[in-house]
Design a protein around this ligand. Structure first.
Ligand code: HEC
Ligand code: HEC
Length: 355
């Protein structure tokens, strides 16, 4: 054998080996696989309140979690087969949608709002910018049936899943038999989404006083300013108080979105929107319900000088939040410490390799 042949042979052996290794990995969450995948768990991080989602009503199992994860990445749950939940909620940006101000659904249609990050959902009391839905389990039907998002019917989803042998096996493994119902689809989604807990940013290490805490003076200063000026609404540790407030944004004249009033019909709720969590905020531009600001600096400038007075403006903001250039840069430094790359890179939550 000459050198060229040897190289080819070595390469072939190497490729076969890599192929075998990747197949092993791919089989990780296959039903009946003997490879033990990383285990999904739900634990309340130290110092956090108890979750609001009733986990006892939907006990977490590995098969249920893996099914929910697979459904989350399943494009065949949309009318043209191109859009999955993950199309608008990508893991690297904290399951939000980086860059697009307004969400993109099937046939490239535009929605009217910016996709929020999906993490720490088990602590939320309502969902969507206007709080339209109060149940984590009933939430998925909204994007599935939204004509500009996935444009399917829940009945189409059940028909598709019931006609797929691999899904029937997965439902069997998760719930004890092959029956596929809306309730089970919702419960599987909720098992996946409730395990998306983000609690390992540098901020968390700092407040927990953990080894490896490398908080700088600048970041400490930013945290102190934040606690003084922002934390009533963006309350620690979840960085939201789960309320709806008017933070002084001018109504987007094109979209005519006036927020919470659309759900409650109360005039006092005009221009109130959910207080979003600020965890992973540096990873998930643009900002606000319509994605109007592309940088954190622009958000801070809004609080500093852009607050629009109105009868429903939050009383905390009637004078705006005056911030010096130095305070703004300290706040930005602090906000960047809320990025949890352990969470955004955790392969347990990424698209299954064989999907
Ligand atoms: C076309 C883009 C798109 C798709 C596809 C999509 N979403 Fe969303 N998602 C959004 C937008 C935009 C919002 C905010 C909507 C609103 O406030 O009215 C949102 C909000 C949410 C929320 C609420 C978050 C919060 O903090 O209140 C959850 C949970 C969620 N989506 C889960 C899902 C699931 C599960 C799927 C798949 C079944 C899915 N999404 C598919 C764009 C999308
Ligand atoms: C009165 C309550 C309140 C206070 C005080 C407040 N915010 Fe907000 N914040 C909100 C609300 C409500 C929104 C969402 C508004 C919308 O999109 O319509 C928001 C949105 C944001 C966003 C965009 C997040 C995203 O994912 O789109 C950032 C960043 C932010 N606030 C940072 C801050 C900082 C920093 C401070 C302090 C300087 C602060 N906020 C003070 C209520 C408040």
């Amino acid at each position: 054998m000459n050198r060229k042949h040897t190289t080819v042979l070595v390469l072939a052996v190497l490729l076969t080996f890599l192929w075998l290794v990747s197949c092993r990995k791919d089989k990780n969450d296959e039903p009946g696989s003997d490879v033990v995948p990383a285990q999904a768990t739900f634990t309340v991080p130290p110092g956090w309140p108890q979750p609001t989602y009733n986990l006892a009503g939907n006990p977490l199992t590995q098969a249920g979690f893996q099914l929910g994860r697979r459904l989350f990445y399943e494009t065949r749950l949309s009318r043209d087969g191109t859009i999955s939940c993950a199309s608008c909620h990508s893991q690297f940006s904290g399951f939000s949608h980086l860059d697009h101000a307004l969400s993109h659904g099937i046939y490239g249609l535009f929605g009217t709002r910016n996709a929020p990050g999906i993490f720490n959902m088990a602590w939320k009391t309502s969902f969507f910018w206007d709080g339209l839905e109060t149940s984590l389990e009933k939430q998925p039907i909204h994007p599935i049936e939204n004509p500009v998002e996935m444009d399917f019917k829940m009945a189409d989803v059940i028909t598709f899943l019931s006609g797929d042998a691999a899904y029937r096996t997965r439902f069997h493994d998760a719930f004890g038999d092959e029956s596929i119902t809306e309730d089970r689809v919702n419960k599987a989604f909720a098992q996946f989404m409730s395990t998306l807990v983000s609690s390992n940013s540098r901020y968390d290490k700092h407040v927990r006083g953990e080894a490896g805490d490398d908080y700088t003076d600048r970041e400490r200063q930013g945290l102190a300013i934040f606690r003084q000026k922002c934390a009533t609404c963006h309350a620690e540790p979840l960085f939201t108080d789960n309320s709806f407030r008017n933070n002084g944004l001018k109504m987007n004249s094109g979209l005519q979105d006036s927020g919470r009033i659309g759900v409650t019909k109360l005039a006092t709720d005009r221009m109130k929107f959910m207080v979003p969590s600020l965890r992973n905020v540096a990873l998930s531009r643009p900002y606000m319900h319509d994605g109007r600001f592309t940088t954190l600096e622009a958000v801070l400038e809004h609080y500093n000088s852009g607050i629009v007075p109105s009868t429903t403006l939050d009383t905390l903001l009637t004078k705006g939040i005056p911030l010096s250039t130095d305070e703004k840069s300290a706040l930005v430094a602090f906000l960047k410490t809320l990025s949890d790359t352990i969470f955004t890179k955790d392969t347990l939550f990424s698209q299954p390799k064989n999907q």
